[in-house]
Design a protein around this ligand. Structure first.
Ligand code: RET
Length: 298
């Protein structure tokens, strides 16, 4: 008990230890390789969308780095050489949720930035929007942190509730603005932008729920279940809200580039190169793959 008092997490069964260990490892793999993929692919989108893709790659890289730290810290919290069939006892190294919050503090504003960038709303409108969104996101995370690291139920609920106020404001502004921007987006990306809108509300909504798992589990901070569910919720939500979301942003950027700039069109059905006639027969005649060139901006 003396040892356990030095740390803020429970001892874990071998199965629970492996679950958390594997999820952290999965998060590193997904975030790291999505980041690499986006860096390598950024030349596939037109200049005006490159920023959105590079910021997406940066988000994944920052998160991958923090998952390395979280993973190592988690390993150190349970000394090695423990038997497979008994509870993993704690070392006296503290498990630091600060890595996660520093990560969010950097990546959440960047996720907002990449979303606004891919919409291409124009400089003034983007600035105005980010001016509302970024302070709200910083406030949300700053208010959540004291609740995350407390060992007591009431402060956890109070800080959690305070953090939810800027969170709801943020979701409201995003939802309204994404909906408004839909009118101005090309037909081909409307569906994906609608999906982004649902993803933002659905995935970001996982975080406050995961935050509550240690309480809902009933056995607060003695509880393995609450800890494991919370880490699983945060990790899976991070993979989807950063890596999968980044790939969706890339897709929107790619489609818009193709529509606005023929240089980024893989299937130019109006250009007759070496493969012109064959290509026309394959994709041209029935209009599949046809590109709406009237959407060009310049
Ligand atoms: C990549 C990381 C992301 C998208 C993190 C998002 C985090 C949140 C939406 C956190 C929200 C919280 C509340 C709304 C209340 C409880 C405390 C938080 C910080 C977990």
């Amino acid at each position: 008990m003396v040892q356990a008092a030095a740390v803020n997490i429970p001892s874990l069964s071998a199965g629970n230890f492996a679950t958390v260990y594997n999820l952290f490892s999965l998060a590193i793999a997904c975030l790291l390789f999505t980041s690499l993929y986006l860096v390598v692919s950024q030349r596939q989108v037109a200049k005006q969308y490159r920023n959105a893709v590079i910021v997406s790659a940066t988000v994944c890289a920052i998160a991958a780095y923090h998952y390395f730290r979280i993973f190592n810290n988690f390993e150190d919290s349970y000394p090695p050489g423990q038997t497979i069939d008994s509870a993993h006892q704690l070392s006296n190294i503290e498990f630091n949720e600060g890595y996660r919050y520093v990560d969010w503090f950097l990546t959440v504003p960047l996720l907002l930035l990449e979303t606004v960038a891919v919409l291409a709303l124009g400089r003034a409108a983007s600035k105005k929007l980010l001016f509302k969104l970024i302070p709200a996101s910083a406030l949300m995370i700053a208010l959540g942190y004291p609740g995350e690291i407390t060992n007591e139920v009431v402060p956890r609920l109070v800080w959690g509730t305070l953090s939810t106020i800027p969170f709801l404001y943020l979701l409201y502004v995003l939802f309204v603005e994404l909906s408004k921007s839909l009118e101005r987006q090309p037909e081909e990306v409307k569906h994906t932008i609608k999906m982004l809108r649902i993803a933002l509300v659905g995935l970001w909504g996982v975080y406050p729920i995961a935050y509550l798992f240690p309480i809902l589990g009933g056995d607060f901070f003695g509880g393995e279940g609450g800890f494991v569910l919370k880490q699983a919720g945060y990790s899976i939500a991070d993979i989807l809200a950063k890596a999968a979301y980044g790939l969706a942003i890339y897709k929107v950027a790619r489609v818009k580039s193709r529509l606005e700039d023929p240089d980024y069109d893989d299937h130019p059905d109006t250009v007759h190169g070496d493969d012109g006639p064959v290509h026309d027969r394959l994709v041209g005649a029935n209009g599949t793959g046809r590109v709406n060139r009237t959407a060009r901006t310049s």
